[in-house]
Each structure stands twice: as structure tokens, then as C-alpha cells.
Design a protein around this ligand. Structure first.
Ligand SMILES: NC(=O)c1ccc[n+]([C@@H]2O[C@H](COP(=O)([O-])OP(=O)(O)OC[C@H]3O[C@@H](n4cnc5c(N)ncnc54)[C@H](OP(=O)(O)O)[C@@H]3O)[C@@H](O)[C@H]2O)c1
Length: 239
């Protein structure tokens, strides 16, 4: 039975890239009946994705706090916020990249969540889902800054779960392992550099498989789940 989102509104960051996880999440929410806002930096690409889904597109640069605040204001009151956008970089020593990664992966979810979660609470409740990564919990060469940003996001997930619970706002994270999104394939190659073979299930995930877990966490079916970090990683966290 499909997850039910009739009458719900949702904002999914990083959803303007065809073949990305955000696109797959937006698709599953729309299929469930939600009214979805797709957002990304590129209006041409984003509008095309949004139109394909029957969603609305708002352009925003999550590296710029003013742009993030404007996005929150334009999105208005939503029932579901998915902080999915991220800068995935291998650099660990470049200060500029360090700041960029933390701006997009940590500061933008902070600005969006602190703007939108109180409105959800005032509206009777809601759900925030943060997209983390296996890299938050294990040491991966060249992924130190990215992993640290995702660990920060997981920590914020727990703090926000405690802070917003009284307003019936649940906050959870989903931590994917290797996933053959269009971007990951373009960056590392079709087999993700053999990364899929490092997990017990011995393959990378289709983004739709991870989107299912995000949709569950966002839905009323997860009504007693908050502050959780759900690994959707082919078993990587288990070994
Ligand atoms: N692929 C994997 O193997 C994997 C594994 C673990 C976790 N994850 C996580 O899964 C999520 C989705 O990743 P993905 O593989 O689907 O990659 P993706 O297609 O590149 O998605 C990332 C999205 O972030 C958006 N973004 C980046 N910088 C932005 C900025 N400054 N302002 C606005 N949007 C920005 C991009 O949007 P625009 O380019 O349209 O602006 C893009 O749509 C990320 O949180 C990532 O960390 C991925």
C-alpha cells in the first residue's frame, strides 16, 4: 500500500536534479498525494524536474543564508521538510571547501528547520527528515569534512527531536550507503568505484529504495519515531 500524504505539503531540498535522491523523494511524496516544492540552484533544470512531477519549483542557493531564508519564507507553512541537498566533496584540507560543505550540509538545514519547524508546531505538527550518510559514522579516506558535516546533521537531528517534540514535530535522519544517483555515477563511475561491493548486500542502492525510507520517516506511519538515524546502507552499519 503506498504511503499516504493526501493534504500534506512538503519542501524537499536538492530535488531539482533528475536521477538524484531528492527527485526520487519528491516523486514518492507526489505519488502519495502531497503538494511538493522542488528546490535547487538551476531554474531551468529544476523547473523541468518539477513540471515532470506536477510540483512547484523555487530557486535557492543553500550556500547563501539570505537565499535559504527567502526559500523558507516562500515555501510558507509545510507539513514535511526534507533536508536532502548536500555538497559531496572529497577535499579534506581546503578551508574554502570546508566552509562551503558546512554551509550547505549543516547551516542550510539549520536555517530551514529553525524557520519551518515552529510553523509546523503552530499548525499542529509535522515531520523533518535529514539525509545523512554512512560517512557520518565510519572513517572514509578523503571524506573527512563531508562525514563531519553529516555527523553534525545527525547530532542536530537528535537535538531538534527533543526540542520540537512538544509541538508534535518529529525529526529523524536517514543515512544512505552507496547509492547510484546520477551525480554519484557521474562523479565516481557506474559501479561507484566498487563501493557497492563493500556492503553486505553487495550492491549500491537505487535512489528509489532510499526514498522509501525517507517517505516512511516523513509519514504518519512513523508517528512514534523521532530522533532516529535510520541506516539504509545495504548493511554497512552492521559490520
Ligand atoms: N549518492 C550516494 O552514494 C550518497 C550516499 C550517502 C548519502 N548521500 C546523500 O544523499 C543526498 C542526495 O545526494 P545525491 O547522490 O542525490 O546527489 P545530487 O543529485 O548531487 O543531489 C544533491 C543536491 O544538492 C543540491 N545542492 C548542492 N549544493 C547546493 C546549493 N548550494 N544550493 C542548493 N542546492 C544545492 C543539488 O542541487 P542543484 O545542483 O540543482 O542546485 C543537488 O540536487 C545528499 O545529502 C548526499 O549527501 C548520497
Amino acid at each position: 500500500m503506498p504511503v499516504e500524504f493526501t493534504g500534506k505539503t512538503a519542501l524537499v531540498t536538492g530535488s531539482g536534479t533528475a536521477g538524484g535522491l531528492g527527485h526520487a523523494i519528491a516523486e514518492i511524496l507526489v505519488r502519495g498525494g502531497a503538494t511538493v516544492v522542488v528546490t535547487g540552484r538551476d531554474p531551468e533544470r529544476g523547473v523541468q524536474v518539477a513540471e515532470g512531477l506536477g510540483a512547484r519549483f523555487i530557486a535557492a542557493d543553500l550556500a547563501d543564508p539570505d537565499s535559504v531564508r527567502a526559500l523558507a519564507a516562500e515555501a510558507g507553512t509545510v507539513d514535511i521538510l526534507v533536508n536532502n541537498a548536500a555538497l559531496m566533496t572529497g577535499a579534506t584540507q581546503d578551508l574554502r571547501e570546508f566552509d562551503d560543505v558546512f554551509a550547505v550540509n549543516v547551516r542550510a538545514p539549520f536555517v530551514l528547520t529553525t524557520a519551518l519547524a515552529p510553523k509546523m508546531a503552530a499548525n499542529g505538527g509535522g515531520s523533518v527528515v535529514n539525509v545523512s550518510s554512512t560517512a557520518a559514522g565510519i572513517g572514509m579516506p578523503g571524506m573527512g569534512v563531508y562525514g563531519a558535516s553529516k555527523a553534525a546533521l545527525e547530532s542536530l537531528t537528535r537535538a531538534w527531536a527533543a526540542e520540537y517534540a512538544h509541538g508534535n514535530v518529529r525529526v529523524n535522519a536517514v543515512a544512505p550507503g552507496p547509492m547510484h544517483t546520477a551525480k554519484a555515477v557521474a562523479m565516481i563511475g557506474p559501479d561507484l568505484g566498487g563501493y557497492g561491493g563493500t556492503v553486505p548486500l553487495d550492491r549500491s542502492a537505487d535512489p528509489a529504495e532510499v526514498a522509501e525510507a525517507v517517505a516512511f520517516a516523513a509519514s504518519a506511519r512513523a508517528s512514534y519515531m523521532t530522533g532516529a538515524v535510520l541506516p539504509v546502507d545495504g548493511g554497512r552499519a552492521a559490520v
